[in-house]
Design a protein around this ligand. Structure first.
Ligand SMILES: [Zn+2]
Ligand SMILES: [Zn+2]
Length: 282
């Protein structure tokens, strides 16, 4: 058997292990710096002890490990235990045309990479917005996969790399039955992913916190800033509604473990927007 028949060995690079990661938002940068632009922005905050930095090496040495758990049909949650920074989990969408990693986390180690490789690896990565960039460039390099980022959020990318594919416009197909939609709530480049051919055949939307699945999991909300409670603008929400309206979906996968709307997702988005706009006086 030639070496090309074996699954490739996926290992985190030495640079990836040592480049700085913001302890509060989990975004990795291309080199040492004093501040984290993502956290200085009014949608986030600098940690109460001041700006702190970590590396993947520190996280691994501190006992962090990867966590995988099914979050729905054909969808595996990918995170760290204990969680890193904001605490979101990514999602491995197991499509017949190749797995897509939706969103990212501020963590990766060789064991986690090997477990993902056993599930078929990653053909492409797509991210919702800067708070969930994590160590996406390292994930892209380890799996030799493009990372789709909306061009409107280009300046937020902490570790630029040729593998990052900046897309523009309202929608962008990345695989059969998989479409990125620039909903634009929370961030100008805020992206959700529609999967038409999920195993149940009902459609699924992956929303990060662009449409935030809330504690009552029949609903979502739309926030400009979640930690600082700044509401989103009605005109921006109406544009997002128009863009997702043509897409059918039952499930909505939000940003955190278990935050999943399991039925009538399209109706949930519509009703949630109507409720929101009623409360802000429109
Ligand atoms: Zn930060
Ligand atoms: Zn966010």
């Amino acid at each position: 058997m030639s070496s090309s028949d074996a699954a490739p060995r996926r290992t985190v690079s030495t640079a990836g292990l040592r480049l700085p990661i913001c302890a509060t938002c989990g975004v990795q940068y291309a080199g040492p710096r004093d501040d984290c632009p993502v956290c200085l922005d009014e949608r986030q905050y600098v940690g109460w002890e001041g700006q702190q930095w970590l590396t993947l090496e520190d996280l691994r040495a501190g006992g962090r490990h990867g966590r995988l758990r099914e979050e729905g049909p054909g969808v595996v949650g990918v995170g760290a235990e204990p969680s890193v920074a904001v605490g979101q989990r990514a999602l491995l969408i197991r499509a017949p045309s190749g797995n897509v990693l939706w969103d990212c986390v501020g963590y990766l180690d060789d064991d986690l990479a090997a477990r993902i490789e056993e599930l078929g690896g990653i053909s492409a990565i797509a991210v919702s917005h800067p708070h969930f960039y994590g160590v996406m460039t390292e994930w892209g390099r380890v799996f030799d996969a493009p990372v789709y980022v909306h061009a409107a959020d280009r300046d937020w990318v902490g570790r630029p790399d040729p593998l990052i594919e900046y897309w523009s416009g309202d929608t962008h197909p990345i695989a059969p039955g998989m479409t990125l939609i620039n909903a634009g709530t929370h961030f100008a480049g805020g992206t959700v992913l529609h999967w038409a051919s999920d195993p149940e055949g009902r459609g699924a939307l992956f929303s990060g916190d662009i449409f935030m699945v809330v504690m009552d999991r029949r609903w979502v909300s739309f926030m400009y800033s979640i930690p600082n409670y700044i509401p989103e603008r009605p005109s921006t929400i109406r544009r997002a509604l128009d863009l997702v309206e043509p897409f059918a979906f039952d499930r909505i996968y939000g940003a955190f473990w278990g935050r999943v709307v399991t039925e009538d997702g399209a109706g949930a988005v519509r009703r949630s927007a109507e409720r929101y706009l009623r409360f802000v006086g429109e």
